[in-house]
Design a protein around this ligand. Structure first.
Ligand code: ITT
Length: 197
């Protein structure tokens, strides 16, 4: 089956295609020729995931999902949270300023606890479903690693010594917030014969 993934983030597409394998063909917004940004007007991951999925569903009326995700830092009361992609400014060409801003805010702060959260909103046959994933970890002082995207170079998941950006895709996908949410979505789709046809 084909599923449209309402995202412009190629890092997300790459991760998710690796998880779902050949059974499901993932089409990104670029693949379907939708080049506009979808304004994220919500104040929660659920609301923004719905806005992205529903905007595209209303146009194409085909099975579609969207991911809204972000990094919640305990010492910052959960920031950047839903603002993770726009933390140091909107539409920046590279990600470094967001990381620099976060490390500056945590300068001298002992509590480095943080978590990544992903909420996936799936719309099929006019019905809406949500799937969630979470991973706890620590923010380190200096970026390490070149893989992944976003805040991966400064996040070390609990129980590991590597950052997400030092892991290869398979390692990150075994444990990440997004892979947990996606696996729940795939299990759901496969358990509903009328959907998975
Ligand atoms: P779309 O809305 O087009 O999907 P986006 O990058 O704007 O792409 P979000 O609004 O969901 O996506 O913002 C999520 C941000 O949180 C993302 O840009 C990263 O900065 C961060 N993030 C989420 N998951 C991450 C991960 O697995 N590794 C590193 N950073 C991540």
């Amino acid at each position: 089956m084909e599923l449209i993934f309402a995202t412009h983030n190629e890092g997300k597409v790459h991760e998710i295609q690796n998880i779902v394998g050949d059974n499901i063909k993932i089409l990104s917004l670029t693949d379907i020729g939708y080049l506009e940004e979808i304004p994220e007007t919500g104040s929660t991951f659920n609301e923004n995931a719905f806005v992205k999925a529903n905007t595209i569903y209303q146009i194409y009326r085909k099975p579609i999902f969207a991911d809204d995700s972000g990094l919640e830092v305990r010492a910052l009361n959960g920031r950047p949270g839903v603002y993770s992609a726009r933390y140091a400014g909107v539409g920046l060409k590279n990600f470094e300023p967001h990381i620099v801003k976060l490390l500056n805010e945590l300068n001298g702060v002992k509590d480095r606890k943080a978590r990544f959260k992903s909420v996936i909103c799936l719309i099929i046959n006019d019905k809406t479903y949500y799937f969630e994933g979470l991973i706890n970890g620590q923010i380190i002082d200096h970026p390490r690693g070149n893989n992944g995207f976003g805040y991966d170079p400064i996040f070390v998941p609990d129980g590991y010594t590597k950052t997400f950006a030092e892991m290869d895709l398979d390692e990150k996908n075994k444990i990440s917030h997004r892979s947990q949410a996606i696996r729940k979505m795939i299990d759901f789709i496969m358990s509903e014969p009328q959907i998975s046809e």
